[in-house]
Design a protein. Structure first.
Length: 206
């Protein structure tokens, strides 16, 4: 199976490759670069050094600028799209509650959402309760973000990989119909879907 590396594009146009580099780099933060090839060479050079076991996400350098996109690249630096496991789809169709748990927004939550079909699967669960559990404190990835910013980031991630191609629509909606799911019009422009399609409750526990 091809190795897929989590990658962050920040608002300056630079990229950071690797979950640890994004979330809690062990060494002082190296200057980011707009070159994926340069970041890959840096990742390969330091990925064998196991310095990220002890983690304090409230400490350390801030990101050079806010994250605008999270995606995966392969070892050659090409963006790749993970595929949703059918068992996950089947579970989503059965459950009455969908919970986005506490965790790092850009290196724990969104990476599980940027896979084919997941946004469509959640949107089609119209009668399910969809709850976002906010973290108790901000971390390096989300400094300065509000609850509304969390909802926006998750919604944008889910809409970015929403089923758009006719082939994917035909496959997904055929499978969903076989699972007796509720229905979202497959011809509807996903950009018209409101945030409550994916999140309708936000919980902050002190």
């Amino acid at each position: 199976m091809e190795l897929e590396l989590l990658t962050a594009l920040v608002e300056t146009g630079d990229v950071i490759i690797g979950q640890h580099e994004i979330s809690h780099p062990a060494a002082p933060l190296a200057p980011p670069s707009s070159s994926i090839e340069h970041q890959l060479s840096k990742y390969k050079r330091f990925s064998s050094v196991n310095n990220n076991i002890i983690v304090n996400k409230q400490a350390g350098d801030m990101l050079p600028s806010p994250i605008s996109k999270i995606f995966y690249v392969n070892r050659d630096g090409h963006e790749v799209q993970p595929v949703l496991n059918k068992r996950v789809l089947e579970t989503l169709q059965r459950k009455r509650t969908i919970i986005y748990s506490c965790g790092s927004l850009y290196t724990s939550i969104i990476p599980t959402l940027i896979v084919d079909f997941i946004g469509t699967a959640i949107a089609m669960r119209e009668r399910a309760v969809k709850i976002l559990l906010l973290n108790g404190y901000p971390d390096r990835e989300t400094a300065g973000m509000t609850a509304a910013d969390f909802v926006t980031a998750i919604t944008k991630a889910l809409l970015r990989i929403f089923c758009t191609s006719e082939t994917k629509k035909k496959f997904f909606f055929g499978l969903s119909q076989a699972l007796n799911s509720s229905h979202i019009d497959p011809q509807r422009d996903p950009k018209q879907l409101p945030a409550k399609t994916f999140i309708d409750h936000v919980v902050y526990v002190r």
